[in-house]
Design a protein around this ligand. Structure first.
Ligand code: AMP
Ligand code: MG
Length: 404
C-alpha cells in the first residue's frame, strides 16, 4: 500500500501553479500576488490634521490654560480635500478638519474639544507641543516602498492596502475554480424526498464548502448516478472551465465503481490504495495535461478527511502557497486509544479543548465509522495516529489537525 506522504508528494509533484491573471480589485480577494506592489507616493501623501480642530503655531498656545486661555483669530476653514492655501502667522490660526492638509506655518493642531469652537475668533484652553496631532507625509509608507510582497494572499486588509496606493488592478494567481461532483445511484438532492434505499447527497455540499474554506472557488455540479457514460460526460464537461475536479464515490472494489471504471487509463489517472483510515481508495491524475482530478472515496468522512489531507495542500500549491495541511498542534490524550490499525495512518474525529488552566487536551469521538457524519460534524479536530502506533495511553501527546 502507498504511504500517505508518498501519495501527497505525487500529487504536489504534478500540480503546476496557475498562471497569473490581472484582476480588478473587487475580484482579487483570496488571490495570491504574483507581483510585488510598491507605493508610487508617500502615505499620507501630505502633512495633514489627525483631528477636527485648529491649525496653530505651537508657540502661540504654549501658555494656554483653563485660567488664562489664549485667543487667536481664525483666518479660514480647511476641509478634507481642500488645498490648504493659507499661511499661518503669529496670532492667527485656521479651523481644520481631520485629513485636511496642514497650512503653511502651522506646526500643531489643537483639537476642537480644547476650545470654544469659535469661527472668527477662537479661545484655546490648553497648550499643544509642536507636531501635536499632525500626521506627517510618509509616516505610514514612503514612496517606492514595497507594501505587499509577491506571494501574499489577499485578505480584506491587503485589498485595502492596494487601493490606498492607487491600484485598480493587480496581478494574482487566482483562487482555483473547483468543480465538485458526487456519484451514486442512491443519491437524492436535499430538499427532495428519499425513497427506499436512497440517501441525500451530502458529499457534494461538504466538499464544495471545504473548497471555499480552503480558499478556492467551489462549484457544485451535483450528483450523477452510477452510469459510466453520464459520469464520463459530466467530468469531461467540467474540464474546459475548471482548474480542479473533485469527485466522490465509485472508486473502491464494488461492482459499480464507475469513476474508476471510466477514468482508468485516461490522462495520468491512477487508482491506488493509500495506507490510511478513513480514505483508503484514492484516485488522482491530470486530465487534458492540466486539470488535477481527485477521485475521493464515497463515505462522507473518508471524502472529507481525504480533502483535508490531499486536496487542500494541492489547492494551496496551485496558488504558489506552501502546501500546508490544516494547522497541526500537539495535545495530550484525555482517554486512551486502545487500538489503531497497524500500518495505516489513522485520522480520528476528535475534540480539542482546554482545561481551566488553559492547557490543551484532545479526546476522540466515540463513533469512528467513515459513514458517521454526526461524529464528524460535532468534532473540531482530527487526531493523527502514526502508521506504526497501535495504541496510546491517556496523557500521551499526539498530533492534532485543527479543522477549519
Ligand atoms: P462508494 O465509494 O460509491 O462505494 O460509496 C461508499 C459509501 O458512501 C456508500 O455507503 C455510499 O452510499 C456513500 N456515499 C457515496 N457518495 C455519497 C454522497 N455524495 N453523500 C453521502 N453518502 C455518499
Ligand atoms: Mg457509489
Amino acid at each position: 500500500m502507498k504511504r500517505v506522504d508518498e501519495h501527497l508528494a505525487d500529487i504536489l509533484g504534478s500540480v503546476r501553479e496557475l498562471p497569473p491573471l490581472e484582476l480588478a480589485l473587487p475580484e482579487s480577494l483570496g488571490g495570491v500576488l504574483a507581483e510585488p506592489v510598491t507605493a508610487p507616493v508617500d502615505l499620507p501623501p501630505f502633512d495633514n490634521s489627525a483631528m477636527d480642530g485648529y491649525a496653530v503655531l505651537a508657540a502661540d498656545v504654549a501658555a494656554a490654560s483653563e485660567t488664562s486661555p489664549v485667543s487667536l483669530s481664525v483666518v479660514g476653514d480647511i476641509a478634507a480635500g481642500d488645498q490648504g492655501a493659507y499661511d499661518i502667522t503669529p496670532g492667527r490660526c485656521a479651523r481644520i478638519m481631520t485629513g485636511a492638509p496642514l497650512p503653511g506655518g502651522a506646526d500643531a493642531i489643537v483639537p476642537v474639544e480644547w476650545t470654544d469652537g469659535g469661527a472668527a475668533k477662537v479661545t484655546i484652553r490648553r497648550p499643544a507641543t509642536p507636531g501635536h496631532y499632525i500626521r506627517r507625509a510618509g509616516e505610514d509608507v514612503t514612496a517606492g516602498q514595497t507594501v505587499l510582497p509577491a506571494g501574499t494572499r489577499l485578505g480584506a486588509a491587503q485589498v485595502g492596502m492596494l487601493a490606498a496606493v492607487g491600484r485598480a488592478r493587480v496581478l494574482v494567481r487566482p483562487r482555483p475554480r473547483v468543480a465538485v461532483l458526487s456519484t451514486g445511484s442512491e443519491l437524492v438532492e436535499p430538499g427532495s424526498p428519499v425513497g427506499p434505499g436512497q440517501i441525500w447527497d451530502s458529499n457534494s455540499f461538504a466538499l464544495t464548502a471545504a473548497v471555499t474554506e480552503a480558499g478556492g472557488v467551489g462549484f457544485r455540479v451535483g450528483s450523477v448516478g452510477d452510469d459510466p457514460r453520464e459520469v464520463l460526460a459530466t467530468i469531461q464537461e467540467q474540464l474546459a472551465s475548471a482548474d480542479v475536479i473533485i469527485t466522490s464515490g465509485g472508486v473502491s472494489m464494488g461492482a459499480y465503481d464507475v469513476v474508476k471504471e471510466v477514468l482508468s487509463g485516461l490522462g495520468t489517472m491512477r487508482f491506488e490504495k493509500v495506507a490510511m483510515r478513513p480514505g483508503k481508495p484514492q484516485g488522482f491524475g491530470l486530465l487534458d495535461d492540466r486539470v488535477p482530478v481527485f477521485t475521493l472515496p464515497g463515505n462522507p468522512v473518508s471524502a472529507f478527511v481525504s480533502f483535508q489531507v490531499f486536496v487542500r495542500p494541492a489547492l494551496r500549491a496551485l496558488q504558489g502557497l506552501p502546501p500546508a495541511p490544516p494547522r497541526t498542534v500537539r495535545a495530550p490524550l484525555r482517554v486512551p486509544i486502545d487500538s489503531s490499525p497497524e500500518g495505516l495512518r489513522h485520522y480520528l474525529r476528535a475534540n480539542l479543548g482546554e482545561d481551566e488552566g488553559g492547557d490543551p487536551w484532545v479526546a476522540p469521538a466515540e463513533a469512528q465509522g467513515s459513514h458517521q457524519v454526526f461524529a464528524l460534524s460535532s468534532s473540531n479536530a482530527l487526531i493523527v495516529v502514526p502508521e506504526d502506533v497501535t495504541s496510546l495511553q491517556a496523557g500521551q501527546t499526539v498530533d492534532v489537525l485543527e479543522l477549519p
